[in-house]
Design a protein around this ligand. Structure first.
Ligand code: APR
Length: 309
């Protein structure tokens, strides 16, 4: 367990993340920070009151003030707004970039040694804003997307095969959007290539469903987006860092020549431990996968220009 993990944004993703962190006792203190008066305080108190029942000793608190989060080991950023009717993608981008910029300044001032896990969307660009504003080394600014996208892919495969989710090993790389790259060539069922177990048409349909997995949930919920799987993914990354597990997980990392790209966040296989991203693994890709990853990189660069940092 570490001393303190802060979750910025006490909305659906943030509050569920805080609850999961506390229930796993990953930090002595779990702090939620939000701009809305009373919401982080109320949700924090409510979660802390569940501690005697669930049997955890992580102290959960909420605040509107970053002083409560000072000296955090990890900060998970979930602050932002959802797209509203009539709002263009660029409007959303600029609004959330403004929020993440302000949050990043506070993190830099109050938790200068923290590892930042970005969850706010558009993910790859928000991670870029945090990296630029905090000035932290790239090992300490990590985007959560690949773990979630891979979990969706694995859950669909387990369903199609009627096997345990535990036995599906897979990786989804690239940007967090329509251009993501599920790697069929590295998908196995307890080591058996998935191509031996499912026909191409079924696999292609699962890949498509994975790419639109976020939108599928939004369509059901109507007024919000996914939060159970996103919070589980962010917490798995925290766990790998807190317990120094050296897990190999797909994360959005700042590329500096890896996979032939430089100067952008993109989902790639990373080793996560107490230092954050301790290594980016460069694996062989088929030429189609390599092309798809490059295309995904181009799609991420466009909105980076809009925020103009
Ligand atoms: N500082 C702190 N919190 C903020 C700020 C800010 N400057 N601006 C907004 N918030 C808070 C809101 O008050 C709200 O409580 O961020 C929270 C967002 O919560 P929700 O609207 O419930 O959104 P949620 O579903 O949690 O998604 C948050 O994660 O997965 C991504 O796309 C999603 O970008 C979105 C983010």
């Amino acid at each position: 367990m570490v001393e303190k993990i802060t979750v910025v944004g006490a909305g659906n993703v943030g509050a569920t993340t805080a609850q999961r962190l506390a229930e796993k006792e990953l930090a002595r203190q779990v702090v939620m920070v939000d701009v809305v008066d009373g919401v982080p305080q109320g949700k924090g108190l409510d979660q802390w009151e569940s501690a005697p029942i669930e049997g955890f000793d992580s102290r959960v608190i909420g605040s509107n003030d970053y002083a409560a989060s000072a000296g955090s080991d990890i900060v998970v950023v979930t602050a932002g707004i959802a797209r509203k009717p009539g709002m263009s993608r660029d409007d959303l981008l600029n609004t959330n970039a403004g929020i993440v910029k302000q949050v990043s300044e506070q993190i830099k001032a109050t938790s200068p040694n923290a590892i930042v896990i970005m969850v706010s969307n558009p993910l790859d660009v928000m991670a870029y804003v945090a990296l630029k504003v905090t000035g932290f080394p790239r090992q300490r600014v990590i985007g959560m997307a690949g773990v979630l996208d891979t979990a969706r892919y694995r859950s669909f495969l387990a369903e199609a095969l009627d096997v345990s989710v535990r036995d599906i090993q897979a990786m989804v790389l690239g940007g967090h959007g329509d251009t993501m790259v599920p790697l069929i060539s590295y998908t196995t069922v307890s080591g058996i290539p998935v191509t031996q177990l499912l026909d191409r048409a079924t696999l292609d349909a699962i890949v498509d469903r994975t790419r639109t997995g976020g939108a599928e949930i939004v369509k059901y919920l109507k007024t919000g987006s996914a939060y159970y799987a996103p919070s589980a993914a962010a917490v798995q990354m925290c766990e790998a860092i807190v317990l120094d597990q050296k897990r190999v997980l797909p994360c959005a990392a700042w590329l500096d020549g890896e996979y032939g790209m430089r100067g952008l966040f993109l989902g790639v296989p990373c080793k996560l431990g107490k230092g954050g991203i301790e290594k980016i693994l460069e694996v062989e890709l088929t030429s189609a996968e390599r092309d798809a990853l490059a295309k995904s990189g181009e799609a991420v660069r466009e909105p980076m220009k809009v925020v103009g940092l």
